[in-house]
Ligand binder design. Structure first.
Ligand code: SOE
Length: 395
């Protein structure tokens, strides 16, 4: 068994989800690399030390450059805020390290493009942690599309709703609330939540070619946790956009952090000529499927038998599930990161890299930037998505 020596940058929510994945990988997946948690890096040494003790990292650094340059580290994991991704990824690629980066890949298309070029020029394995692709029910939806069970696509409908920023008393900025600070996050719900929806949508339904969007900032001033001053809010609190896909289907996307009662409500539905699929992250083990036409016989399902089928995706035939428990028992949110890591490591070992890599995630960044631009211009904006870079998506 070879070692995969990990340098983790950042110790927040994502630092925890990724660390958990590294720790459990070889317990569940038959890979030839065993992750070793070498170093965690954060500016706050005390908090980083406590994180290291908790998760089992061998050492703590406060300067990410030391981790990137360390000869005993193979993989740099970027789980730090969005404004740090660019510089760290470029340096990691230059140092010949593998890079696994949190979403959104970058603050802009220009940055994301440079990052994709850098990892390709260096020839280092790379991945963006779009973990929802690794929910077994969502991976099953992809399989059904691939098998032709949805048929010609007409509609794609996504929502991603939360409610944690409604109070005007929530400050912006700082370690816990940087997602509200546009200088650090780049955008609001568009980069943070819709990036997930867009990645899933383009994986299931191919390239988004153009968008028209509206964004809203409901609380326009908030105290900044670092400066202590009341400052203008620059993020989008809510965003809705219409999309056109290259295959001719229509899309609607809605996201907000102001949907009272919705905590992490991530859904999508796709309607095609031969069937539909529906997913709701609040019931993550289910994929709903409406079969209009049977694949094998080509016959229309008899009218008295039609109806939505709620598939409990816990059989060993379902994506990833043969690695876990017995049929009928579920896995959780944390396993989506474990599944992503397993795909990444198996991709390295097989020479067939997993997706989404940086080039693929750049396409999602293009849609995000076009959405923000459209909200500003009030016009339809082309995305310039390169369909060829969406490896694994339908053409
Ligand atoms: C925001 O609240 C957030 O943590 C996102 O940053 C994650 O990507 C999402 O999966 C859950 O919500």
């Amino acid at each position: 068994m070879k070692e995969l020596r990990v340098g983790m940058i950042g110790y927040g929510f994502m630092g925890r989800t990724h660390s958990n994945a590294y720790k459990r990988l070889t317990d569940f997946f038959p890979v030839q690399h065993r992750p070793v948690l070498k170093a965690v890096c954060a500016r706050n040494a005390e908090k980083a030390k406590s994180f290291a003790d908790n998760w089992g990292y061998e050492r703590v650094e406060t300067d990410w450059r030391k981790v990137v340059e360390a000869p005993d580290i193979d993989l740099i994991d970027i789980g730090s805020p969005n404004d740090t991704h660019f510089e760290i990824a470029l340096a990691a690629a230059k140092a010949g390290k593998m890079v696994a980066c949190e979403k959104p890949l970058a603050m802009s298309v220009a940055q994301a493009e440079e990052m994709a070029n850098a990892v390709e020029a260096a020839g280092v394995p790379n991945m963006v942690w779009f973990n929802y692709r690794r929910v077994p029910a969502i991976a099953l939806a992809r399989q059904l599309v691939e098998e032709g069970r949805v048929g010609r696509a007409f509609h794609y409908r996504a929502t991603y709703l939360q409610d944690w920023t409604i109070s005007p008393d929530v400050p912006q900025g700082g370690a816990a609330l940087w997602r509200l600070d546009v200088a650090v996050a780049g955008s609001g719900v568009t980069g943070d939540l819709l990036a997930h929806s867009i990645d899933t949508a383009m994986w299931l339904n191919g390239a988004i070619t153009r968008v028209v969007a509206q964004t809203r900032t409901f609380v326009t001033e908030r105290k900044h946790a670092v400066t202590g001053k009341v400052e203008k809010v620059g993020i989008d609190d809510a965003c809705m956009f219409l999309a056109e896909f290259a295959n001719g289907s229509m899309g609607t996307f809605e996201s907000t952090r102001y949907a009272r009662g919705r905590k992490n409500f991530n859904t999508f539905e796709m309607n095609g000529e031969d069937g539909s699929v529906y997913f709701d992250l609040e019931e993550p083990e289910y994929l709903q499927y409406f079969e209009y036409k049977q694949l094998q016989s080509g016959k229309k399902t008899e009218s008295h038998l039609t109806g939505w089928r709620k598939i409990h995706t816990t059989n060993s035939e379902h994506p990833y599930m043969n690695r876990y428990w017995v049929p009928g028992t579920c896995i959780g949110y944390e396993h989506t990161f474990l599944n992503a890591l397993a795909d990444f490591v198996m991709g390295i070992e097989s020479g067939n890299p997993t997706q989404p890599d940086f080039r693929n995630a750049l396409q999602t960044q293009k849609v995000c930037d076009a959405v923000i631009e459209s909200a500003r211009s009030g016009k339809w904006e082309s995305t310039a998505v390169d369909a060829g870079a969406l490896k694994g998506s339908p053409a």
